[in-house]
Write a protein that binds this ligand. Structure first.
Ligand code: URA
Ligand code: SF4
Length: 208
């Protein structure tokens, strides 16, 4: 089975993890991506945010949520009372998965990672969680939800609730919400954005 496990150093700090992840060959996704996009942020953070996978901009720049979805996320966090600089941000899958547009062309179209790929990449997420030991995990969107909470996860049913879960062998408090890129795709952006903010406020309340 695909797995990152043999590439993950035990007891490593963030920089050592990031360096090791740069050489991960745990699943085929490294082949078509520019680089590994590891998590970044405050390793003392109380809030740990998990997206799906890097997008086009993230793949080029090597950092999570630096593109349009990241700008939505930062604004929504601040509006919910969570300082974005006091969070740790990562993705369920660390390499950009994409496909060519039908008929060819240079644009790289985002493709959702498979369950096998999410499972393969899980050991990196487990190492990040062990390092940060957050008080609350915020799951951004359906793919991250399935990766962390299992394939029966439904964002429409479980968003905005404080969930008590077992994640990678540790008890965790989790709040799920939509992926911030859903705001950018929505017809009614403002309403969808306000929904994101209101879910993030549930996480903010846990912090007191
Ligand atoms: N979408 C994600 O899920 N993660 C990123 O890092 C960027 C966009
Ligand atoms: Fe390794 Fe994850 Fe990249 Fe697959 S997606 S090669 S498991 S870092």
């Amino acid at each position: 089975a695909y797995t990152a496990e043999p590439f993950v150093p035990q007891g490593a700090g963030l920089e050592a993890l990031r360096e090791a992840a740069a050489g991960c060959r745990g699943c085929p996704l490294h082949r078509d991506a520019t680089q590994t996009v590891f998590g970044t942020g405050d390793t003392d953070a109380r809030v740990f945010l998990v997206g799906e996978q890097p997008g086009d901009q993230e793949d080029r720049q090597g950092r999570p949520f630096v593109g349009p979805a990241g700008r939505v996320l930062d604004r929504a966090l601040a509006e919910a009372g969570i300082d974005p600089t006091h969070t740790y941000v990562t993705n369920a899958v660390k390499h950009f998965k994409w496909t060519q547009p039908p008929g060819g062309g240079k644009r790289r179209i985002h493709k959702a990672p498979s369950l096998r790929e999410m499972t393969a990449c899980g050991p990196w997420l487990a190492a990040e969680l062990a390092l940060v030991e957050p008080e609350i995990i915020v799951v951004l969107g359906a793919t991250a939800g399935k990766a962390l909470l299992g394939s029966s996860f439904r964002v429409t049913k479980q968003r905005g609730m404080l969930l008590e879960e077992e994640i990678h062998g540790r008890h965790a408090r989790v709040v799920a919400t939509i992926h911030p890129s859903a705001v950018l795709r929505a017809d009614d952006r403002e309403a969808v954005y306000q929904g994101l903010v209101s879910d993030l406020k549930v996480a903010a309340r846990v912090l007191g």
